[in-house]
Design a protein around this ligand. Structure first.
Ligand SMILES: [Zn+2]
Length: 430
């Protein structure tokens, strides 16, 4: 009896399992895009090619063997700017743009940044299956966002359609769609004594099935052939037994398993990477080894990528800048952060010159900064704004600090006669 019951039970279970697996193995037409969808998507692509840096050298690609997926680690505006115009490298050199063929925004909107016939400078130091310089034989797609946050469903939809189209054009299989983090490699460093994976974290959060992609490599061919050392975290993500990385990897917060290296890759010790400690102190990557020590980074430190480019984004908002949550003084003032002419207005009401601040980690959020200024000059009864600033007293670059701790630009002051005595003026140097 018992055995019979178990058998029945087993049979029902089997039927259910078969039915479910049937559902999952329905012909792919059920999810594949229709021709109409594809052509609608194609027409929706924004042509951004005219923004390309004229100094970028267009070279026709002889072979197209791969499609490489990236995450940009920047906002949409910064992504488009960097991709098209170029970026400043830690060495100070500026690149010439042409850093990918397509950019896909968080809302799925897709931009064509470079004609796909040309070589884009997108993969850097890279190797796959023994072949190096993957940029020369691949198409690059940038997804706007971070490698530690989910890619949006709009992005998955667009990249799915885009990959479909490109696979048709270049006869590429699903195996030939890879992420930048899979193909990038780096030279030996403090963590690896030989050439290794892990230089880039780009698109490690890319879930292939969500883009309609099928099977891929079950192993890293260059690690297997001992050309490269594996990066343990990435190896686990791409070739590990567990299906996807655990949630803890998908953050920019430091933990035992999520190190500075696993979050920032090769940029871990660069000035563009900012470490925000749980106590609110912030340091740039180039300050850590000297001031803190890499092994002493506190758990729960947030790692913020590409802060330099984000800095350029906020440059044009007028002379008074505020340190936002998660940013350092450096991200606002750049090299000028510790100069006498960079003036800090602390929320406590204190005013400090960059040259007199020693504990940069202690700068509170909401500190305001003006860069390239001299002062203060005090307004008194017989010394008006006009006496101090001359004809530029109404100028947007002339800064007023009221006794109420309000900071105003000259063009925002309505009645200069009502400026309280004791108001301080700061004048731009140039
Ligand atoms: Zn990348």
């Amino acid at each position: 009896m018992n055995g019979c019951k178990t058998f029945d039970h087993y049979r029902i279970k089997l039927i259910v399992v078969l039915f479910i697996s049937f559902l999952f193995h329905l012909p792919s037409e059920s999810t594949a895009a229709t021709k109409a969808e594809i052509s609608k998507f194609q027409r929706s692509i924004v042509d951004y090619r005219r923004q390309l840096n004229p100094k970028f050298k267009k070279i026709r690609r002889a072979n197209t063997n791969y499609i490489i997926v990236h995450t940009s680690e920047l906002s949409l505006n910064s992504t488009l700017k960097v991709i098209s115009k170029g970026k400043r490298l830690p060495t100070g050199r500026k690149t010439r743009g042409g850093h990918t063929h397509y950019v896909i925004a968080r809302d799925g909107r897709t931009y064509r940044t470079l004609d796909r016939r040309y070589v884009a400078d997108h993969a850097g130091k890279s190797m796959w299956n023994g072949k190096t310089n993957i940029s020369e034989i691949s198409i690059g797609i940038e997804l706007v966002g971070n490698h530690y946050r989910p890619i949006t469903r709009h992005q998955y939809r667009s990249i799915g359609l885009l990959i479909d189209i490109l696979q048709g054009v270049y006869s590429l299989s699903d195996r030939e769609v890879l992420t930048h983090s899979q193909v990038a490699y780096g030279y030996p460093n403090r963590w690896f004594r030989k050439n290794h994976r892990g230089r880039k974290r780009c698109a490690k959060n890319f879930i292939r099935s969500k883009a309609g992609l099928g099977p891929t490599w079950a192993y890293d061919p260059d690690v297997r052939a001992r050309r490269l050392m594996a990066d343990p975290q990435l190896a686990d993500v791409f070739y590990g037994r567990r299906k996807r990385q655990t949630k803890s990897d998908e953050t920019n917060i430091i933990s035992k398993s999520n190190t500075a290296w696993s979050i920032a890759g090769e940029d871990y010790d660069k000035r563009i990477t900012v470490y925000k400690f749980p106590n609110g102190h912030t340091y740039t990557g180039d300050q850590i080894s000297e001031k803190i020590g890499w092994h002493r980074l506190p758990a729960k430190t947030a790692v913020l990528l590409n802060q330099e480019t984000s800095m350029e984004e906020t440059k044009d908002i007028g002379p008074i800048k505020t340190i936002p949550v998660g940013r350092s003084a450096w991200s606002l003032a750049g090299k000028a952060y510790n100069r006498k002419t960079t003036i800090y207005f602390l929320p406590s009401g204190k005013i400090k010159y960059g040259s007199t601040i020693s504990n940069w980690g202690n700068l509170p959020v909401k500190t305001k900064i003006i860069i390239g200024y001299r002062g203060p000059f005090k307004i008194r009864k017989n010394r008006t704004a006009y006496h101090i600033a001359g004809v530029r007293f109404r100028d947007r670059n002339t800064i007023y600090y009221l006794p109420t701790q309000k900071i105003l630009a000259g063009n925002h002051i309505k009645n200069f006669n009502k400026l309280p005595s004791g108001t301080l003026i700061f004048l731009p140097i140039s």
